[in-house]
Ligand binder design. Structure first.
Ligand code: PXP
Length: 241
């Protein structure tokens, strides 16, 4: 089974916010992503609302027909959004306020008690949980102890090293995915995945369930068009369109 493609539409909101008003329209963008074959829509409503706002998130919840994935640091504000919307998935990231983009995974050992409580709370709403994480074996085993359903590999380091040595870049993710499989954790991945590095990642991680991709995909859409771009990303994942 090919991994699902969840399109992160934060960048559409970044562009809109640069001018104020409602162009481009994030609702229309989400609808079109789905129409063109996306399996899910991802948003990261940060407290400073610099891209997707809380209001966008509630509006999107009404129209998304595929898997809605909401990412964020699990503070009370985020948990209220999850409780109200009950998306298909909540992806928890350890971002400190003001960070430019999520650039580190959870320390699942240090934050175990915090995560156990939060994950239990989210799962009791019928929402699947995922933890943004790096490839250390101990942290993946620690994720299992939190009761989380899935992990999302932080693929920034993969993308960075891929251009130098693909085999070396993927090696830690292959090892980590085997541990995740043993721990019965589903595997998602995201960050800096692109048309250049996606196929190699997905074919080397057979149990990969889902990727969430924003920056490169939305940038490619400027040149290639959104419909073309989504079809190209799906092809890289093995859908053979
Ligand atoms: N996953 C998480 C947890 C993220 O924070 C982001 C960026 O918002 C992504 C995936 C997508 O990364 P990119 O925009 O580089 O594709």
């Amino acid at each position: 089974m090919a991994a699902k493609l969840s399109v992160n539409i934060n960048k559409i909101a970044t562009l809109r916010n640069a001018r104020g008003g409602s162009i481009p329209d994030v609702i229309e963008a989400a609808r079109n992503c789905e129409l063109f074959g996306a399996d899910g829509i991802t948003v990261h409503p940060r407290p400073d609302e610099r891209h997707i706002t809380t209001a966008d998130t509630y509006a999107l919840a009404k129209i998304v027909t595929t898997e809605f994935n909401i990412e964020g640091y699990p503070d009370e504000r985020f948990l209220r959004i999850i409780e109200d919307i009950r998306p298909a998935q909540a992806t928890l990231v350890p971002d400190p306020p003001g960070v430019l983009t999520s650039n580190a995974g959870w320390d699942t050992l240090k934050h175990k008690n915090f995560l156990v409580d939060i994950i239990q709370r989210i799962k009791s709403l019928g929402v699947r949980t995922s933890l943004f994480i790096e490839t250390d074996a101990a942290l993946i085993e620690g994720a299992q102890l939190t009761g989380v359903d899935r992990i999302e590999f932080y693929t920034g380091p993969y993308a960075e090293h891929f251009v130098i040595n693909p085999a070396a870049a993927i090696a830690p993710y292959i090892a980590a995915s085997k541990i995740a499989d043993q721990c019965k954790l589903g595997i998602n991945a995201g960050h800096d995945l692109s048309l250049k590095n996606l196929n190699y990642f997905s074919k080397n991680i057979p149990s990969l369930l889902e990727v969430s991709i924003g920056h490169a995909l939305i940038s490619d859409a400027l040149y290639l068009g959104l419909e073309n771009t989504i079809k190209m990303y799906k092809r890289e994942l093995g859908f053979g369109i």
